[in-house]
Ligand binder design. Sequence first.
Ligand code: PLP
Length: 396
Amino acid sequence: MKMTGHYLDNSATTMPSDAAREAINNALEVWGNPSSVHSLGQNAAALLRECRASVAKTFGMPKFTADRLIFTSCGTESNAIAILGCAHSKKRDPLNPGTVILSAGEHSSVEKCAAQLEAEGYTAVRVPTVGGVLDLDYLKEAVENAQSPVIVAAFMLVNNETGALYDVKKAAQIVKAKYPDALVHCDAVQGYMKTRFTPYTLGVDTLTVSAHKIHSIRGAGALFISAEAVKRKNIVTIAPGGGQESGLRSGTENTVSIAAFAAAATDSFGHYAENRAKVEELRAYLDSSLAERCPTVRQNRPSGEFVPNICSIVVSEVRSETMLNYLSSREVYVSAGSACSAHSKKKSSALEAFGVSPDSADSTLRVSLSYMNTADDIDALVDGLAAGIATLQKKR
Ligand code: PLP
């Protein structure tokens, strides 16, 4: 299947792969309810078991394990189950319920959980991420000086706007050293299939991924929950109901979307090295083409590690929305900051946390690549940027 136009917004969503499309068609034939006892239902339950095993493999989960992998509807829901489900899992002192730690510039699905907990009386501490580097010294001090016990800590693996790769492993160790019973959560939505990791290598209790970011369709996400977190009763359900997904995510499972997710995950996992190499090559081409043909374009390039698929650029001559629409008219699709925050008029908190000035943030575009892209897509983008800068700069 060929992509429409020049789609360079793969961190917002991705085109479903052939593997995902085939799985959808097959799953449509297995339409029973996995909770039904009759054979139609049991066929769907068997499909669900297969999908869980496939996704668990990509998480490095052993075949027989007390760790859990639950299916949800998306990354947003997985984050809320982990963070709110943990905060509400025990009776807390209403006057001083506890401390929540998170990195500055988290995706809104994490940031808004923290804000909700703050409104309930929890203390939230946001660890700076200037230059795309998680400030581990600040974290150490925050953990040492917390006024109330740290209940939950959430660190994203890859920032959705800058591509910065955070040292989640060290951050988890710092929190666990003082608060071994705290829940350490990782939103790995933008890291899944872009960098190699497992919840075990990161040392986290819970970890979120989302299907539609890895060439599947929307409607499925997953949440890893360690056996330890289960044993400590670290999470309670935030949406009670039929008790599906270990009682943590009630609601009849979306088997079609989950089947597509499992197929896309298996496909991406099997081709990880070649997909990553292709994206690295595309990124190098993008960097050199920009330097050569659009010398005034700057990058919000993390000073530490980053994934090659996300490139945050500043076209200072033109407001991002104007350039985005111009590029769109040439069938080149990128986003201004993160698509998920496009509904709010607020400036991007991730760019602010990175240290980007409000003026530059106003002219920032996110280009996000996939192994499905080609050099042709990069050429179309750079042609569009060069032409856009020449024609639009006066309208700023
Ligand atoms: N976390 C991060 C880092 C994201 O980039 C996104 C979406 O862009 C999400 C969570 C939310 O995922 P979903 O769209 O599946 O709810």
